[in-house]
Design a protein around this ligand. Sequence first.
Ligand code: AHM
Ligand code: MG
Length: 337
Amino acid sequence: MEITKTHGEFIIDAQHEHPDASGELSSLFASIRLAAKIVHREINKAGLADITGAAGAENVQGEAQQKLDLYANDKFKAALEARGVVCGLASEEEEHLVSFDSARCQKGKYIVLMDPLDGSSNIDVNVSVGTIFSIYHRLTPVGTPAKEEDFLQPGNKQVAAGYIIYGSSTMLVYTTGQGVNGFTYDPSIGVFCLSNPDMRAPKTGTIYSVNEGNYVHFPEGIKKYIKYCQIEDKASNRPYTSRYIGSLVADFHRNLIKGGIYMYPTSTAYPNGKLRLLYECNPMAFLIEQAGGRAIAGPGIRIMDMVPTELHQRAPLYLGSSRMVDEVEARMVANPE
Ligand code: AHM
Ligand code: MG
């Protein structure tokens, strides 16, 4: 039987190519892997919570049941703190940044931003959800507590970013700025195995993903683009296919593999878009660019060049196959708000 490369081995190989590497990033990834396995296990028995006790209620051991997004937050936080290479964390589930205050953590040179369980409203109906993460070097001196400035860096400073998709199988997909690689979790042996080396986003595709229920509230350029997607033109494979799961990670993952565009525009309900710049838009932007695609917040506005001012700030997002992003951008340019 052929044994595929595990994620651990993949990292060791990468380290050989960088003999100056300290191993701290490898250690950080080991934390992410561990927490991902724990969350995978919990998600896979999510339906049982109804039998053993709903969120907020007590389980058979008399312990309070936690909502899965809070559970995921706690597990990732604990795993990242345990290895002492991360000095702080910002999370969708935490109002303020979390500074890991042990002397060991304060020596850590990395900070992590994350959405521990994105699309969590899908869990109740057994639809794929994901964890999104973004990793930076801290700006404050090593040995001091992490501060907000460490987290408010533009996406172009990311050291690594990725997601875990808890789907029909669980996968870890990430980049360190040298392409995108995907690893599928084999629960029988408890390891992530390299399954999708060097993932490339097709230059164009036939899938558009957007919550069309908000159509009437979208800017004119977006309405025009959606109509363009729907109009028949055999030469460019239109009409395109509409696919929207409502789980950014799952929609992104499908479009990355098949070719497509994901959009969360501004609307009356969300004047700045809905998705969070630091732990949803930036990591996905880093991934799609590394795979050959594009990610913008508006015409000429590269997501990764946006300078953040708040931890939880939102941004409109258009990302996917480069030609499809060009197409929507052209319509935004032609129909300025
Ligand atoms: P969440 O972080 O509260 O789960 O929200 C983010 C999610 C994305 O995964 C998804 O693409 C989007 O919100 C769906 O929003 P909507 O239901 O408005 O289409
Ligand atoms: Mg989210």
